[in-house]
Ligand binder design. Structure first.
Ligand SMILES: [Zn+2]
Length: 367
């Protein structure tokens, strides 16, 4: 095998297996030479990725995507871009390249490792994200939250070009508000060094490590009132969880407001966007209202002073939602060092809810 691809596989698994960087199969990685770009296929998990988990694309065809003009209608545009992305595939044609492929293409370094680390997102999903980022990482590029897809890609593309014009080289670190980080370099050792440095700088900002044990209790709990609303046909797995960290947020409603809406598009993909707060487990009317208003049953429900209930289709997806929501709680806790956490806005959330590409990922993640 191409030794560079070997490095790509190794670094992908390394970050993919580390829950501080990647949870629930998120993140993506790529390697490029002059002509070709290999990127994680959509729906593949970095932790276990092998050569067949990557899609190889033609860089000359990818380059046209940046320059072409597409429809002004957003769903038509995403469809056109998706078709052009598909046309750029060299092999295998039956896999879909990551939705962030174009972004990897315009980053001028051989290796790109994109993740959603907890500590990075404590900064990215905070009130002071932009100012703090400029202060702590003056050489990095910071991109304000933008709806994912072509518009985000064009913004990143233009900002990289501005950066190059100003500094004479491409940025190696790109922070995306309410999303995560891209780290790029021409060899994997440098990618690791950069990640370690980012981690060190952020750790130094955090006055207190999480004062919580990770111990998680799965308790027998009377969930009948909740079940009758979220799972009337008894087809789902509905479970109750509690831990010190969960208690910290569910003890009062004010506190829970900090984590009551998604921080990142990934949160929405796996756990949906909003998490209702119940004064007691009997309080199912709140859930009825929630469903009437939002049009869907929540996956995460907080019960005052007690814990959270997760409702999902399978044991595996319950575990994924728990992992994603626990990560949100950690982000919410650590973001207090950066002015407090900042959820996505209702408009930003609505865009993700309607996004076909994310639906595809959701479907793949369930397989
Ligand atoms: Zn991402």
């Amino acid at each position: 095998m191409n030794p560079s691809l070997n490095d790509l596989i190794e670094i992908s698994q390394q970050y993919g297996k580390n829950p501080l960087y990647v949870i629930a199969g998120g993140g993506n990685t790529s390697y490029k030479d002059e002509e070709k770009l290999w990127i994680k296929a959509s729906g593949t998990s970095l932790a276990v990725i092998e050569e067949d988990g990557f899609v190889c694309l033609s860089r000359s065809k990818l380059k046209t995507i940046a320059e072409k003009s597409y429809s002004t209608d957003s769903s038509k545009r995403e469809e056109e871009v998706k078709n052009d992305l598909h046309a750029a595939i060299l092999f295998p044609v039956d896999k879909r390249p990551s939705v962030e492929t174009s972004m990897h293409e315009v980053i001028d370094y051989a290796y790109v490792v994109h993740t959603h680390p907890t500590l990075v997102n404590a900064l990215m999903c905070s009130v002071n994200a932009k100012e703090k980022c400029a202060e702590l990482f003056p050489d990095a590029l910071f991109i304000e939250y933008t709806d994912p897809g072509y518009v985000l890609f064009k913004k990143v593309y233009n900002r990289i070009n501005d950066y190059k014009a100003e500094k004479g080289e491409s940025p190696k670190v790109i922070f995306l508000e309410n999303h995560g980080i891209f780290v790029a370099a021409n060899n994997v050792d440098e990618v690791n060094t950069i990640y370690d440095n980012v981690n060190e700088v952020l750790l130094a900002q955090i006055e207190e490590e999480l004062p919580f044990s990770n111990a998680l209790e799965v308790m027998d709990f009377d969930l009948n009132a909740i079940k009758s609303v979220v799972d009337p046909a008894s087809q789902m797995i509905v479970k109750f969880f509690s831990s010190d960290l969960i208690q910290y947020f569910v003890n009062d409603e004010q506190m829970f407001q900090k984590v009551a809406a998604a921080y990142t598009p990934d949160n929405i993909v796996y756990a949906k966007a909003y998490y209702p707060f119940l004064q007691s487990e009997e309080n199912a009317d709140v859930l009825k209202e929630f469903i009437a208003q939002k049009g869907y049953a929540p996956k995460v429900i907080a019960i005052k002073g007690k814990g959270i209930v997760i409702a999902e289709e399978s044991e595996k997806s319950v575990a994924t939602v728990l992992e994603v929501f626990t990560d949100m709680l950690k982000i919410g806790f650590y973001a207090s060092g950066f002015g407090g956490p900042k959820s996505m806005t209702a408009e930003q959330i609505a865009f993700i809810d309607n996004w076909e590409v994310e639906n595809y990922r959701r479907k793949m993640a369930k397989k």
